[in-house]
Write a protein that binds this ligand. Sequence first.
Ligand code: SAH
Length: 243
Amino acid sequence: MSGWLAVAGLGPGAENMVTPEVRSALAEATDVIGYFPYVARIAPRAGLNLHGSDNRVEIDRADHALRLASEGAKVVIVSSGDPGVFAMASALFEALEKRPDLHDLDIKILPGITAMLAAAAHAGAPLGHDFCAINLSDNLKPWPLVEHRLRLAAQADFAMGFYNPRSSSRPHQFARALEILLEECGPNRLITFARAVSTPEERIQTVTLAEATPEMADMRTVVIVGNSATRRVGRFVYTPRSA
Ligand code: SAH
């Protein structure tokens, strides 16, 4: 039996944004592992075991996947968006570091369309020049580091994409992030709130920092802040290619 393990990105939500490569891996899989809502996107079929698990158990999930694949299973770990963007691919390699005996296992990372890029496309081209992505959750890093990176990225005039902007367990931090952006970027900077991109509930709203309020974001929102040249053209937002 020759098992394998793929870490696959399911894209932001729409079925037609799942890549053919990911579809093929899922069609051959014997086991799919991931956070419940992502596993729920996989159609059940005979011979396929679906293993949904709770949030924040990434290393357990990775260990489980490694064990199944080493026993001969064809395993896909699913992430939303891209698996390498604040998701399961790094968690898998963290687990693999502790298992030198499995370093020759057949492992592939299959990219997906990340939320920030799907959101940018639906808004226009706000990431058309240099940009960065910051995870605003302090689950895996201290909040002062988030503030530090945010401030320096704003000073460097990057356009920015923010993942995990706001959750009910930490409602004040996104308000603080908006304060820092206002200080560094001024009131006229454009900010786009892109919620549930590529799903029937998609909502894309662009306002100035002066108009932005913390309630405009939740955990299904990716937030994009333009650079100093980002502007509107018709119903779109774009960042010119030169600075
Ligand atoms: N690996 C994922 C990101 C996981 S972190 C990716 O590459 O997209 C989870 C965060 O992603 C959410 O809090 C939200 O900020 C963002 N996100 C994921 N799907 C989204 C969608 N369809 N619309 C808007 N934001 C989304």
